[in-house]
Design a protein around this ligand. Sequence first.
Ligand SMILES: [Zn+2]
Length: 277
Amino acid sequence: MNALDFDYNWTLADPCVWQGVGLHGGQPNELKIFPHNQPGLFFLDQQTLIPLTADLVSQTHFCTTLKLSSVSIQTVEHVLAALLGLGISSAVLSLKGTEIPILDGSSAIFARDIMLAGRVALPQRRTIFSPSAGEWGDEQSWLRWQPAKQLMIHYQIDYQGPPPLKQTYIFNWSPENFLKEIAEARTFVYFQEVQKLQRAGLAQGGSRENALVIENAVPAGNWRWPDEPVRHKILDFLGDLALLGSFPKAQIWAYRTGHEAHVTMVKSWLGKTLSGS
Ligand SMILES: [Zn+2]
């Protein structure tokens, strides 16, 4: 067996820890990820290991929130994207607080530290899931998918703005492509939405240090790529796909979707009712 053969489960070689405020709550939190020798991603909740699946999702408004038995955890998508993006399929997450630290608004710091900790292959084969072809949504927002040999996401955003934003990106999953093309893409928000979000009690920890604020000029000087927003949508999608509980092998086309659509799709793949189709 190759040390990092995609057919096998991978875990971290060493634990990782991150501290920082949450994007929405604005409070300090501490996240740890530990290596694990059994297949699957788990959350440690009061001494109990809870498998991370879409069944735990309690809310998808601007971020994905999971409800465990003793606590709800906001904004799980960026760290889960780093795990799926880098092929980690066995790990235990543990959080002091109620929201995953937002760090720089992308998965870059999670991914960098996981790579520094190192990845190791476990003896078991990873569980693969290939969905049968399907679709969800309407002309405003839709998803289509079909089974494939490897995960591919073809994503399109098309926002009115101002300024209008129309971008397309095709991501072929591999840890190398994830690190190079997706991991550094930050959360974005339209400038005119910031106050609205903050009045609604969201984005309390948001700042220009952890979010790309879209104003008049597109792209402005501090963008990491001209198409950083669509790359971040793929990052978010990967985070929600990690809630499948097995490794997805599918081609997916997404148009103007968000966490709700992603989680609905994952639940349908898990055999739950598909609403909104
Ligand atoms: Zn995001």
